[in-house]
Design a protein around this ligand. Structure first.
Ligand code: 6PG
Length: 475
């Protein structure tokens, strides 16, 4: 007799956390890991939750333990392992069973997997899960893509294990096919931009004013009580306040300045570029991580070009600290607007009809970019569901209106001091282009016509026109 409501394969940190979360919410879960020693250890350590956990040593046993139609969550490494796991599972599955990929998959792989399973009777769900290890265990944000009926089978479980914002579960079906994994990719792109802009402000305070990690942490701690209130700002304050147990120095000072990246931020930028949607703050963040990895080359460049000016002898005054807070906020507003513009375009291109306000709502808790700001963002869409762009909604105009001058002063001051603020300045540049009624593309068009006879439109007449520059050649 089937004992479980759902299955889960892959008991790494995220998989184990999700399985315990499911069991805790009262749903019996059958679990399997390639190495059965891990399954055994997981079960042993599950304490009171053991009653809701069915450890399995084979895929056949796993399938037999789940009530049909069987939903099975895969929490294995994104990429080849997912394909291998699906292949291995297929012979034990039957019509209507639902394979759910809960990893950080590239949504193009997810779409291919839908095609691969077409006609097999097995359904697929691509599920973005955000919130790290703690989130998986105690309440992540869950972004689902795939067949809606299949979602209905697992909805009670997913909404039970998801984080809650004022009682509302942070889990939703967002669209067909790769919609869930696409939204998770954009989430991660925004996450990169948010983290990078925070790190840039840290850099201004550390290198521009010679402030110690603890002092900077205290500033972020204060900001977390205001408009910047968010999980990322909160953990920034904590990371900066933490001492290295070995040396007693601020731990952050002992960490090598070389950031890792697994690819999701980069995918967000690639997809944005493929659709022709500017996502400059996200792009700058991805590029900054890539350049951070070139530690030795940066050291050589520092020697070749000389260091920056010495930090200012004075601490930042209250006015500049306020500029940093507001400037960071303005950068954030622009970066989120870019991310949502990418999703708007993808929604049309892939016919997903993504529910923008719902996406903002399920990001308000559980995920890495969770913040109060996302509640505001959701309300901006509620007020103007057909908004052409977030930066044209009433609330965003107000938010940028009160903060872009600060961003300008921060970027200008940092640039003059030689302090890198690539994501903040990308956000500012984007904003300035965005609100420029008459831009400079007229010159680009002139240049294109000059060297390639591409033609241009005129301000005073219909049709495609050419300049006189190639007349001699034509004659
Ligand atoms: C989340 C995170 C999570 C993970 C990424 C980060 O939403 O919970 O985004 O998915 O931390 O792997 O990716 P990088 O390793 O590229 O920073």
């Amino acid at each position: 007799m089937a004992k479980a409501e759902i299955g889960l394969i892959g008991l790494g940190v995220m998989g184990a956390g999700l399985a315990l979360n499911i069991a805790e919410k009262g749903y019996p879960v059958a679990v399997y890991n390639r190495t059965s020693a891990r399954t055994g250890a997981f079960f042993e350590n599950a304490g009171d939750l053991r009653g809701n956990i069915v450890p399995c040593t084979s895929l056949k046993e796993l399938a037999a333990q789940i009530r049909p139609p069987r939903p099975i969550i895969l929490m294995v490494q994104a990429g080849k392992a997912v394909d291998e796991q699906i292949r291995g599972l297929r012979e034990f599955l039957s019509e209507g069973d639902i394979v759910i990929d809960g990893g950080n998959a590239n949504f193009r792989d997810t779409m291919r997997r839908f095609d691969d399973l077409e006609g097999s009777g097995i359904t697929f769900i691509g599920m973005g899960v955000s919130g790290g290890a703690f989130g998986a265990r105690h309440g992540p944000s869950i972004m689902v893509g795939g067949c809606r009926e299949a979602y209905a089978r697992v909805e009670p479980i997913l909404t039970a294990i998801a984080a809650r914002y004022e009682g509302e579960p942070c889990a939703a079906w967002l669209g067909e096919g790769g919609a869930g994994h696409f939204v998770k990719t954009v989430h991660n792109g925004i996450e990169y931009a948010d983290m990078q802009m925070i790190a840039e402000v840290y850099g201004v305070l550390r290198d521009g004013f010679g402030m110690a990690a603890g002092e900077i942490g205290a500033i972020f701690g204060c900001w977390n009580a205001g408009r910047l209130n968010s999980y990322l700002v909160e953990i920034t304050a904590e990371v900066l306040a933490t001492a290295d147990p070995g040396t007693g120095r601020p731990l952050v000072d002992m960490i090598l300045d070389r950031a890792g990246q697994k690819g999701t931020g980069r995918w967000a930028v690639i997809e944005a570029q493929m659709m022709g949607v500017p996502a400059t703050a996200i792009e700058a963040a991805v590029a900054a991580r890539s350049l951070s990895a070139e530690k030795a080359m940066r050291a050589r460049a520092a020697a070749a070009y000389g260091g920056r000016a010495a930090p200012s002898a004075d601490k930042p005054d209250a006015a500049f600290l306020e500029d940093l807070e507001l400037g960071l906020f303005a950068g954030k507003v622009a970066a989120y607007a870019q991310g949502f513009a990418v999703m708007e375009e993808a929604s049309c291109e892939f016919r997903w009809d993504l529910p923008m306000a719902t996406i903002a709502r399920i990001w308000r808790a559980g995920c890495i970019i969770r913040s109060q700001f996302l509640d505001r963002l959701a309300r901006a869409y509620d007020d103007d569901p057909d908004a052409e762009h977030l930066l044209l909604t009433r609330d965003f105009v107000a938010m940028m209106g009160e903060s872009h001058a600060s961003l300008r002063r921060v970027v200008a001051r940092a640039a003059l001091a030689g302090l890198p603020v690539p994501a903040l300045s990308a956000a500012l540049g984007y904003f300035d282009l965005f609100r420029q009624a008459r831009g400079t593309a007229n010159l680009i068009q002139g240049q294109r016509d000059y060297f390639g006879a591409h033609g241009f439109e005129r301000v005073d007449a219909e049709g495609l026109h050419h300049g006189p520059w190639n007349a001699a050649e034509e004659g």
